[in-house]
Write a protein that binds this ligand. Sequence first.
Ligand code: H2U
Ligand code: ZN
Length: 356
Amino acid sequence: MTASDVLRAQPHRRLNPLTGEWTLVSPQRIERPWLGRVDRPSTTAVPAYDPACYLCPGNPRAGGQRNPAYASTYVFTNDFPALLPEATPPPEPRHPLLHWQPQSGTCRVVCFSPRHDLTLAELTPEAIGAVIETWCEQTIELGRQHAWVQVFENKGEQMGASNPHPHGQIWASAEVPTVPALEARSQAAYHDAHASSLLVDYASEETLRAERVVAASEAWLAVVPFWAVWPFEVLLMPRRSVARLPDLAAAERADLAGILKRLLVCYDNLFEVPFPYSMGWHGAPFGREAPGWQLHAHFYPPLLRSAEVRKFLVGYEMLAEPQRDLTAEMAAARLRELPARRYSERMANDPPARGG
Ligand code: H2U
Ligand code: ZN
């Protein structure tokens, strides 16, 4: 039996080299070809402007502020921030089992577009480019005073997004949070051992193997990572060594807008619904060395089999380790074979024939 045969047919564990965490893969549980149901998208039309939306241009927000009549992207400080600029250090003596530290920072909301009814996947590459520019500018500004700048988007009700208006968030903090701290340690250890970057090497390897590639461009590679936990998880990374979003050259930013659109349209076409996900960027921390750190984005979508059947990380997964049936290779093949045109455009242009 070859390694591929085992990975395709027998229970095994795969290691995430960024975090050191394992995932149990049980491909033998997929004992039938894919019969996933395709749910129709919700028919409740979303208006281009919603007078009740706290993100639409010109509207009032909870804090009493009013949004300007913005025409592209718009950033404001979260009216309910999880982090505050001032933090108090713990007094001595400290009990080792009741350990804590201050965390100061700031939280911002980024409106991707003045249009209430469009998702990132539906914006033009130029408009996606404006979102990328905003992410870059915010990273530079917040990185001057914070060790960690977390750019992210929670999309869809299933991921807890409070509003369909296309928006993301940025939380910047003095301390590097748990996941990026793990990734920093792993990338530094790999850099020490191999004198190269873990994710740059990984991208080269995945380009050669091709089986986990979802989308590829001159500067970027999107794969379902070998160690994926979520069914259609994607890791997006530049091919050349780049530490942070603002380090991207103009051509790489334009290329990013294109591959982001391609990936998000694949996601939407999978079950023909606006695909929910949490996504976010991991750029190198500020104010310290981060050897081998490679810029990348994680996409964590919860859906498994249809618009309604999602994966839950419960039971064995809470108590032991994450588990999946669908292999990363199968998920990548499903995604990359989807049409490049969004289902909504196909439906608008080719309406179903009416019966007599
Ligand atoms: P989510 O949809 O991912 O929850 O992001 C929306 C954010 O918008 C949320 O963090 C903030 C919430 O605190 N918000 C404001 O800052 N002002 C408002 O008027 C309502 C919501
Ligand atoms: Zn709105």
